[in-house]
Design a binder for this molecule. Structure first.
Ligand code: 5GP
Ligand code: MN
Length: 345
């Protein structure tokens, strides 16, 4: 065990237990949250490649498909996807002796895999950075002050003297998670540890510039058009320092929306100095609206999503859902805006 290099340190006893559990286990499963993002997939794959390099057997099981934009990451094709291989995913979770829960704080975040994860007798290690975990685990490494689960994973591996097993492929995945959860190091990124980690990862062969282009600056024509259109018809709520972007089911169809096309859109209104928080509503079906929120400073969009949109997340990036029509979702948001004015200063 080593420490002292990073500002953030992981509790000695917890880190030691992680290593002991890895050594003792033969059937290791790694899982992450539904609709996995770059950090969920990056941290899962980063850990997977590292375990394989250590000579361990492990399998990644995700509730649903990783986004198209991440399909190039090394190892993605080996992932067992719950919505496609339901029985296999269930059996893996049931038979596992160790499960790593990456980037989530509540087993309901694994969606339809929840009953199998909850019922599994495997020991569980949670590595996560979401606030207020409500998850039972043998080892809980929950660090909301660290900007990504991927960075947290690397710090843990370094303390355990395992980073020699982080080779180029693992490094690419870990870098991707760090990059996506900080918007290419543009928020939650005033942490000197991040740059020590990036330095290590680049030394291991990560092509940082290529990963940025591939993950954060590549998209279809429909993506460019649909994001432009949503911004054009953005609604402003100056009294509440809010901006609202919406796309109805009809509009999504008209623009030939594909999953991932609106990734990052919700951040754009925050570039307006008068806007303190931004809400994006996407009507995925006539009576289901997916909600995405972002904020500045200490405006808690997670509280808004928890209280009114059956969701949660981080202080400045949260999400949820609304069962009803798009106009009902908009009405609900407008109703609750005054309640959150107290966080605007
Ligand atoms: P995004 O807006 O990128 O979809 O999600 C941002 C963050 O909000 C995620 O990292 C996650 O923490 C949280 N989040 C998004 N959707 C949901 C949801 O439906 N339920 C919960 N609990 N959190 C969500
Ligand atoms: Mn994350």
């Amino acid at each position: 065990m080593q420490n002292g290099r990073f500002v953030h340190n992981i509790d000695f006893a917890a880190a030691t237990e992680v290593l002991d559990l890895i050594k003792e286990s033969d059937k290791i499963v790694i899982t992450c949250h539904v609709s996995p993002d770059g950090d969920a997939i990056g941290s899962s794959l980063g850990l997977w490649h590292t375990l394989l390099a250590m000579g361990k057997k492990a399998t990644i099981v995700t509730p649903d498909c990783p986004p198209k934009i991440l399909q190039f990451l090394p190892g993605v094709k080996e992932i067992v996807i719950g919505t496609r291989q339901t029985d296999y995913a269930r059996n893996l979770l049931t038979d596992a002796d160790l499960v790593f829960c990456m980037d989530f704080n509540d087993t309901k975040r694994v969606d339809k895999l929840q009953p199998y994860l909850d019922a599994s007798s495997a020991r569980k290690i949670v590595i996560d950075h979401h606030l207020e975990p409500v998850i039972e685990a043998d080892v809980l490494i929950s660090r909301p002050e660290i900007s990504s689960t991927s960075a947290l994973l690397y710090i843990l591996l370094w303390q355990l003297k395992l980073t020699r097993y982080v080779r180029r492929r693992a490094a690419e995945c870990i870098f991707t998670g760090m990059m996506t959860d900080t918007g290419n190091f543009s928020y939650n990124s005033n942490d000197s540890d991040l740059y020590l980690i990036v330095s290590d990862l680049v030394k291991k062969g990560v092509d940082k510039d290529r990963l940025y282009t591939q993950v954060l600056n590549t998209g279809s024509e429909s993506r460019v058009r649909i994001c432009g259109y949503a911004q054009y018809k953005m609604k402003m709520f100056p009294d509440h320092k809010a901006a609202l972007l919406t796309l109805s089911a009809e509009e999504l169809k008209e623009f030939e929306y594909a999953k991932g096309d609106t990734e990052g859109l919700v951040n754009i209104p925050l570039s307006i100095p008068e806007v303190n928080y931004s809400v994006f509503m996407r009507q995925d079906s006539p009576d289901y609206v997916k909600i995405s929120t972002r904020s500045k400073g200490d405006f808690p969009v997670n509280l808004m999503c928890e209280a009114y949109f059956n969701g949660g997340g981080h202080l400045n990036a949260a999400g949820g859902e609304f069962h009803g029509t798009l106009s009902e979702a908009v009405t609900r948001l407008i109703e609750i805006m005054p309640e959150f004015d107290k966080y605007n200063h």
